[in-house]
Structure formats: structure tokens, C-alpha cells
Design a protein. Sequence first.
Length: 331
Amino acid sequence: MTLTVLPQDPGHTNPETVLEFPDNRLLIDLCGEFDKNLTELESRLGVQILRRGNQLSIMGNAEGQNDAAQVLEALYARLESGKTLESGDIDRELRMAADEVSPDDQLEMFQGGRVEIKTRKKLIEPRTDAQKAYVSSLFENSMAFGIGPAGTGKTYLAVAVGVNMLINGVVDKIILSRPAVEAGEKLGYLPGDMKEKVDPYMQPLYDALGDFLPGKQLAKLMEEKSIEIAPLAFMRGRTLANAFVVLDEAQNATSMQMKMFLTRLGEGSRMVITGDRTQVDLPRGVTSGLADAERLLNDINGISFNYFTGKDVVRHPLVAAIIDAYEKDAP
């Protein structure tokens, strides 16, 4: 792709940015059905994008033009590499452009390429710099903490990395755990045996696995115990060797439970602990084990702490606005 900048009429203060694309078929994919991708960029960046043959002309303020050109170039390069284009990819590139990070400061991984996590069903790419740093730390450290609000991809990315390591033979099994702490409802009143009682608490972990592995393969791996999903209390007394272990919703673990869990780490294993300090469901007066772990383990080599903010939320845009509103109202 070649990039040229053409001057506008003398009355205009900003030049018109013109991008020229050598492959018209890829350009069609870049624009999307009924030019929906261009429309999204126009709406998010406050620019106007016109298509003229194999060129896209970007008009508007200089910053918006630069961001739009950066996003379009990155998305076209993705298509050139044989990958498909989804709405999440557009959101990711928009976030990268908005962060205004220079190429020299960008996180480099996997021989300097993009940060990618290959699973059986899809290729996962972090959408923000915080997510990229987090994924990098999951591959580089034996123990990693991901701390931040809901919707920032802490658990989703951790499970994706676990699946990647399992299918590549780095680990022999995946163990996913959560504290079975009630948030207003009581476990004892739920119908069924113990598994049926705790399964609703584990559902987000099942959902994440279902995104990365075909249904039959997932069922087989769970039947063989190569993938386990269990409440935190079931971890006591175990030594977890050659495993990728995730503790989700760690803010609801007590200090004793957290110590018990962290000391399960065995030879050849990786541990990921994720949590949101603003959503503690423990009884009043009970200290969160996540807070204790932050305080006690922050300076230990081999343990990384990765933090997310509302800027890293990748769910519906309203989720980020809701999180910001609650943070501003916090005492």
C-alpha cells in the first residue's frame, strides 16, 4: 500500500490524506458491507472517508486523519496476511491509535510481531496496551496477577493462554477455579448435588473455554481431567504440577484461602490470579486475599502484577462509562 498526502483547496486548513490500496478485493473487505467499517471510523474519529476507485480519501482535523490512516493501514495489513476482519479488530486498532504510543515503545513479542494467542477455534489478539503487557507476562512468568474492573479481558485472555499452552504441550492440564462466594444468594438453597450447585459460579469459565475449543474436544478433555473446573475449596491438599492454573474472582478469596492456593504451585506450572478490588463479596470485616497478596508479593521476582482501568474495557462501551461513574462516586 502506498500513502500520499494531497493538498486541499486553498480555503482548507488541513490537507486531505489519500491512501492507495493495490488489491481491490482486500479493499472491499476493508470497507465492509455497505462501507460499515468506514462509517464506524468516521463516527469514532470525527472524519469523513470517501472511496474513489482504489483510494480512500480522509478529510477532517489533522489528528483524526492521522488516526484514521493508522487504523486503515493496520487493518489492511491484517487482511494482506490472510486474516479476516471483525468488529473487535477495528475497536482494537482504534484503541491503539488513541493511545498515541510510538512504535519504539510498543510491546514486542514473538520475534517482534503482534501479540497473538492461537487456540483451536480462533486467533486472539489483545486490544489494548495493558492487555498486551498482561498476555506477555502470562507467557514470561510462573505467576501473574491481573487486577482491574469487569470487562477488561483478564479471565478471557488467561484462559486463552492456558488453552494455547495445553495444545502446544507446554502444560499437561488446565485447572480453572473460583471462590464459591454468594453475592446475595445462598448455595444451600440451590437445587441439585454439589456440582450442580457450584456450576452457575463456574459458568464464565465454561463460556471462555467454549470460545477456544470445539465442543467435542472440550468434553473429551474434561472427561480425561486434562481440563478441570472446580471451586477454590477443592484445591486444598493438592500439588499442581505441569498445569496452567487460573484463580478467577480472587477478590473473594480470604487471606488463608489465597495462601493455600498460591502454595499449590508445582514444578512446571503457571498460575494466573485475576480479580476486581471493587467487587468484594466477602462478609464485612473479612480481608480480601487479593489485597494481601498485592501487599506481600509485589517485590518477588517471577511474580508479575498487571493492572487494568476502565480504558481497557472491551465489552459494550456503556460498561466503561458505568465503571467510571462508580469510580467517581467512590469515597
